[in-house]
Design a protein around this ligand. Structure first.
Ligand SMILES: *Cc1c(COP(=O)(O)O)cnc(C)c1O
Length: 399
């Protein structure tokens, strides 16, 4: 039976995949069983920022899996300390709590912020509020979808118990006006990924930092997608020269092979966690720590942050130079570019299907945005290969 049909019969329809069955992938290239090659311009939403099957990741993974993998945090290992030391030194923060998926690290941040609100800021019991942005994406748990503005993420998964207040993204004044004495934190993506790679006005994070300082509110940044080089800096907040109180990382931290996430924060924030207050059976296991450490080392050794900045600019310039009757905007930072299409002319999904036929893996978001987010290991020649095909599709009259 056809793999697509076979999958569909037994798999919940919570995704709507493009009609391709991937068989192998190495670096920036994936292929189907017939041997047709595709340039991966999606990188699994940045989880594969190091490229598929990075040899150093595979070697570290095999070595560590055979030595010591999952222990639970009931015991110490020699690997967790060094991994989190690297994370705190790269971020400029002080302590970290390892989890597995992005959503779990967001949940960790929410728990930390609320407890900090009650125990440090003295907010009355069960009254703490967190300010979030409209069109946010922070994952899929019931708490998180409760403050999503997208009905498809949120509808009929309630009841939702409040505790979140949504304001327009990119407007620091709106955050300032929404703050009350019961506000413990502002939780924000520096660039909104799933919303369509939405870049806020310059200085937004700097302004948020000042607002949070003025009102004794924590600034927590969700860099699950924007972090680890994607925007041309290690972390997107470095574009604004600020430091958040808490930082959420995931996706690329797992080297493209394993779920590794973390909440990183100041000592004051992390001090709210005491034994029993939070945990995860797999979080911070030896294999995860080894892979996370190797992923961070590769980003540094291969200058992936600098490459993302330079090649991202190159890719954006090339995309902006393409004549098309349906592209209305090209935006982004580093190797993370969103192309807005005019829905009156064509749907982003239709463009994705046309790109797929040309050998380009992309993915639409919200019907009108295509994303181009290749592994940070991509070369200029590979970008050229991709852009020639994108040019062909964008130059065509698609209906
Ligand atoms: C992907 C993503 C998440 C959720 O990560 P999962 O690993 O899918 O749980 C959270 N926040 C942002 C900004 C993301 O892009």
């Amino acid at each position: 039976m056809d793999s697509i049909v076979r999958e569909k019969i037994v798999t919940a329809a919570n995704y709507d995949p493009l009609p391709v069955v991937l068989h192998e992938a190495k670096g920036v290239w994936a292929s189907d069983r017939a041997g047709k090659r595709y340039l991966d311009m999606m990188s699994a939403y940045s989880a594969v920022s190091l490229g598929h099957g990075h040899p150093r990741i595979l070697a570290a993974m095999a070595d560590q899996a055979a030595r010591l993998a999952v222990t639970s945090r009931a015991y110490h290992t020699e690997l967790l300390g060094p991994f989190l030391e690297t994370l705190v030194s790269l971020t400029g923060l002080e302590m970290a709590l390892p989890m597995n998926t992005g959503a779990e690290a967001v949940e960790t941040a929410i728990k930390a912020a609320r407890r900090w609100g009650y125990r440090v800021k003295n907010i009355s019991k069960d009254r703490a509020q967190i300010i979030v942005a409209e069109n946010n994406f922070h994952g899929r748990t019931t708490t998180i979808v409760g403050f999503s503005s997208d009905p498809s993420y949120r509808d009929d998964f309630g009841p939702y118990d409040g505790g979140f207040r949504s304001v327009p993204f990119g407007d620091a004044q709106a955050v300032a006006e929404a703050i009350t004495p019961e506000t413990c934190a502002v939780l924000i993506e520096p660039i909104q990924g799933e919303a369509g790679i939405v870049v806020p006005p310059d200085g937004y994070l700097r302004d948020l930092r000042a607002v949070c300082d003025r009102h004794n509110v924590l600034l927590i940044l969700d860099e699950v997608q924007s972090g680890l080089g994607r925007t041309g800096r290690w972390f997107a907040y470095q574009h604004d020269g600020i430091l958040p109180d808490g930082l959420i990382l995931g996706k690329a931290l797992g080297g493209g092979v394993y779920p590794v996430s973390a909440f990183v924060a100041t000592r004051e924030v992390m001090a709210v966690f005491t034994p029993g207050s939070h945990g995860s059976t797999f979080g911070g296991n030896a294999l995860a720590a080894r892979i996370g450490s190797e992923a961070l080392a590769i980003i540094a050794d291969e200058n992936l942050v600098e490459r993302s900045a330079a090649l991202g600019q190159y890719m954006k310039d090339r995309l902006r130079g393409i004549r098309s009757n349906f592209v209305t905007d090209v935006r982004g930072k580093g190797l993370w570019v969103g192309v807005e299409v005019d829905p009156a002319v064509v749907s982003a999904r239709l463009v994705c299907d046309a790109l797929l036929a040309e050998g380009i893996l992309s993915k639409d978001t919200h019907g009108t945005v295509l994303r181009f987010a290749p592994p940070l290991t991509i070369t200029r020649e590979e970008i050229d290969w991709g852009m020639e095909r994108v040019e062909r599709v964008f130059g065509r009259a698609l209906h």
